[in-house]
Design a protein around this ligand. Structure first.
Ligand SMILES: C[S@@+](CC[C@H](N)C(=O)[O-])C[C@H]1O[C@@H](n2cnc3c(N)ncnc32)[C@H](O)[C@@H]1O
Length: 248
């Protein structure tokens, strides 16, 4: 990029949602006005195909030479390009503030005196259950939902006592710990569970099971990341209601 420091750059964190169709109008507008786009592995690549030819794209998950940039390196790039006067878009899968380290990027920009704004996106925590016909709240069934990062070394037993829907992100490698924790915390083994893999992507797959069978089913289907894991009665609620309507 040029060393033009006459104009002031700007950073916009844009939530890309789970697919190119599910980005917001404001997000798409920001993307179309970008000089530099720093993107993530989980962003739908179709969003990058519509960019002007002169837009500089950095794939933060891969480049350069398959080196996965650290968060500090990404923060540095955001500040560097903005200081060169560029309109920088940081494009992130889902929503930037849902396990997306968007807060750290905002702080890094502000600490460097760089203007930064955030355009929210549709998080996979919401989009994946919608795709599977699962309302995360439903009157009389679940009055709350809790979104949990399964990678945060949490004690999963504590979530057994939450009276609502549980939505686990980054949970594939932790599934056995999740099941063990919820069961030992008192959640019934009959509690419905859904796996939604690669929602809106080419590997999209929806699997319904129950807590007691979840680990076995995950092995049988070879559950793959990215996946959202839903635990709670909402998993089957629309099916159950429709079945009872048909039976009446
Ligand atoms: C680092 S978190 C980022 C979450 C993202 N900021 C969001 O709001 O969706 C990555 C996790 O999000 C979930 N995820 C993201 N995209 C997904 C998709 N298309 N299908 C299923 N799960 C997805 C998976 O649990 C994945 O491991």
């Amino acid at each position: 990029m040029s060393n033009n420091i006459d104009r002031t750059g700007h950073v916009t964190l844009v939530g890309a949602g789970p697919s190119a169709d599910l980005i917001t109008v404001a997000g798409l507008r920001a993307l179309r006005a970008a000089d530099v786009v720093i993107t993530d592995r989980l962003v739908d690549q179709a969003l990058l195909q519509g960019l002007r030819d002169d837009v500089y794209v950095v794939e933060a998950g891969k480049a350069p030479a398959m080196h996965k940039q650290t968060q500090d390196e990404i923060n540095h790039l955001l500040v560097q390009y903005a200081r060169e006067g560029c309109n920088v878009v940081r494009l992130k899968g889902g929503d930037p503030f849902v396990f997306g380290r968007g807060g750290e990027e905002v702080l890094a920009c502000r600490a460097a005196g760089v203007e930064v704004t955030v355009i929210p996106g549709v998080s996979s925590a919401i989009a994946a259950p919608s795709l599977a016909d699962i309302p995360v709240t439903h009157r009389g069934v679940a009055a709350s939902f809790t979104v949990v990062s399964a990678q945060s070394r949490v004690d999963f037993e504590q979530f057994a006592h939450i009276d609502g829907t549980l939505v686990f992100l980054m949970g594939v490698s932790k599934l056995r710990d999740i099941v063990r924790g919820l069961a030992s915390g008192g959640r019934s083994l009959a509690t419905p569970v859904a796996f939604i893999e690669d929602a809106y992507g080419s590997g999209e797959r929806i699997t319904r099971t129950c807590l007691g069978d979840a680990a076995v089913v995950a092995t049988r289907i070879s559950l793959q990341s990215p996946a959202v894991i839903i635990v709670g009665d909402v998993v089957n609620v629309l099916r159950d209601v429709m079945a009872s309507v048909r039976a009446a």
